[in-house]
Design a protein around this ligand. Structure first.
Ligand code: NAD
Ligand SMILES: O=C(O)C(=O)C[C@@H](O)[C@H](O)[C@H](O)COP(=O)(O)O
Length: 541
């Protein structure tokens, strides 16, 4: 028997607008709506104040718990709870199970003054009998910390119309979430969807008072939005603009930020937000990992590549003159907010580059990704940010992001520090990083990885692990997405020297990730020198 679960459960203080906003959301999403209090009155056959008077609060809470738990297991719409419901232990347990099943509990945070006035209007609230304002405030002090803990999402609706609040809620509900956990990881979520950035204050929490917002200039308009959200959240915001792309991933840039954090008096309880492409989130993470030996950080990726790969997993770092990402740390973020609205300003070539890492994840673990890429290759290749948000492609891209982040999460959760399994995420990177370096980073990372995947496929074939069809499939799929599949620059000796500096190499032995079939990566230790060179010859068409 399949269990129906609510699409979202709304909680909040009396007068927060749960019923009004919940009804709007349900209408916008074309879903049924249920209000717990109405259902209780229906079951009890009387109004709640009357029930309270006759049987008292404990009996009411019992009935409320029965009604809520039943609905949590057999309703697939928007469900709003009574103000005090989340304080009952059995309901908290029911909500925990619901969340574990993928459910979303939204805490509607209205302006206390507005909510209090609304709650007082019309009467009929037994919990506010006597001095209503005083009682409301006392309940707020008791309930607010519990609501924050119980909910998966906090939505502030201060000063908004019910329609605007409902639209905000709908964006939050429509979001996809990938949980990253693991024995050695403080768990965190990757939130994917329009408006994901609205969760910034929730993810940063209330410990930091200062937040350094590290970003590049091309994403200024998105960092303006982040700054507004941070200020609304009550943080002191320090804007730090870094040089764009790989020019930002240097020790000099990191040093400049360390100096700034020192000057501004950043302590261990303060935090960093990295906003931009993968280069910005790599650098921001590195600064967060090193400042006072580690402070909280949240990533807001704005390029496809950063959303699917760089912002998650905790590989942070900078380049050195000798090579890519040679200095860094494994240091996990407190959360990742992949706000798909930011893709509206992403240039076509940078979007396409991100597809390189998406395809890589398909080759190593999730063939469904390859199917989606194949079916939508034309639309993906002609990505136009300005039209994207209102196009049908939004859901396709959201699906690709969620699947690719899930592939990343699978590897990272089991092997944060890359002792073995995580190395599979490096498919295509041994040659890819060498190309980037030899091209003085004028080649984008995802493009270099695409060529690197073809190279690794050729190597897999030369050593008898996969047939030629799979190598050809690499070329045709990547090519259909507008990604490069060959590279004609650079001397073999230089390439080989750089591949020896790859982090997978051990001593003077090269190590690669190759395929034994689609979705079956394997390690290749110290391969024959002629195969390594012949595979290189084959990508120089
Ligand atoms: N840490 C990891 O696990 C990991 C994984 C993959 C890649 N990376 C790193 O990520 C970097 C590549 O990331 P990238 O492809 O995002 O490149 P990038 O960070 O260089 O960004 C590419 C360009 O796009 C701009 N940009 C980003 N978002 C934009 C937006 N919404 N609108 C307009 N412009 C925007 C950037 O400012 C930059 O000019 C490389 O340094 C790579 O090594 C790290
Ligand atoms: O997360 C990982 O692990 C990866 O290898 C993901 C790669 O896609 C990414 O490009 C990463 O930055 C490469 O790291 P490096 O250790 O090869 O520098």
């Amino acid at each position: 028997m399949t269990m129906h679960r609510p699409v979202a459960v709304i909680i909040g203080m009396m007068g927060a607008g749960k019923t009004r906003v919940g009804r709007e959301v349900a209408q916008m999403m074309d879903l049924p709506f249920l209000d717990a209090d109405s259902e209780i009155e229906h079951d009890a056959g009387m109004r709640i104040p009357e029930y309270f008077e006759r049987y008292g609060e404990p009996a009411f809470r019992e009935l409320e718990s029965d009604v809520v738990l039943d609905i949590l297991e057999d309703f697939d719409g928007i469900f709003s709870l009574g103000g005090g419901a989340p304080m009952t232990k059995s309901i908290q347990e029911g909500l925990r199970d619901y969340i574990a099943d993928g459910g979303k509990v939204v805490y509607l945070m209205a302006d206390p003054k507005e909510a209090m006035e609304r709650a007082n209007r019309g009467g009929g609230r037994p919990m506010l009998n006597g001095d209503a304002n005083k009682r409301w405030k006392r309940l707020y002090r008791e309930r607010d910390p519990v609501f924050r803990r119980v909910a998966t999402t906090h939505v502030r609706t201060h000063g908004q119309t019910p329609q605007a609040a409902a639209r905000k809620l709908m964006d939050m509900i429509a979001q996809r979430t990938v949980h990253v956990t693991g024995a050695t990881i403080e768990p965190y979520d990757v939130s994917i969807g329009e408006g994901a950035m609205n969760r910034l204050a929730q993810v940063l929490g209330d410990k930091p008072s200062k937040v350094a917002l590290i970003h590049t200039q091309p994403v200024q308009r998105h960092s303006d939005r982040a700054r507004t959200l941070l200020r609304q959240g009550g943080y002191d915001v320090y804007d730090i603009v870094i040089p764009d792309a790989e020019a930002g991933k240097t020790i000099e840039v990191a040093n400049g930020i360390w100096q700034r954090l020192g000057d501004e008096g950043f302590t261990r309880s303060d935090a960093i937000v990295g906003l931009g492409g993968g280069a910005a989130t790599d650098l921001a993470g590195f600064v967060a990992a090193t400042w006072m030996r580690g402070i909280r950080y949240v990533n807001c990726p704005t390029s496809l590549l950063a959303m699917v790969d760089a912002s998650t997993g905790g590989k942070t770092g900078i380049n050195t003159p000798q090579g890519k990402n040679l200095v860094g740390s494994f240091y996990t973020p407190a959360g990742v907010l992949a706000d798909m609205r930011t893709l509206a300003s992403l240039p076509n070539d940078i979007f396409i580059e991100g597809l390189g890492e998406v395809a890589k994840s398909g080759f190593i673990r999730d063939p469904e990704i390859l199917g989606i890429l194949e079916s939508h290759a034309d639309e993906l290749r002609s990505f136009d940010g300005a039209k994207f948000i209102d196009s049908g492609m939004k859901e396709v891209v959201a699906e690709l992001i969620e699947r690719t982040v899930s592939v990343k999460s699978y590897h990272v959760s089991a092997d944060l520090k890359e002792a073995g399994l995580r190395e599979f995420l490096n498919y295509g990177h041994t040659l890819g990083h060498a190309i980037e370096k030899l091209e003085h980073f004028r080649w984008r990372h995802g493009n270099a990885v695409a060529v690197g995947c073809v190279y690794a496929a050729e190597l897999s074939h030369l050593l008898g692990h996969i047939d030629r069809d799979l190598v050809d499939y690499h070329r045709s799929l990547l090519g259909s997405l507008g990604l490069p599949t060959s590279w004609n620059n650079g001397a073999w000796d230089d390439v080989l020297a750089l591949m020896h500096r790859d982090k997978k190499a051990r001593g003077n032995k090269l190590r690669f990730v190759i395929l034994d079939g689609i979705g079956h990566p394997i390690h290749l230790e110290d391969p024959p020198a002629d195969a390594v060179e012949e595979a290189f010859r084959r990508i120089r068409q």
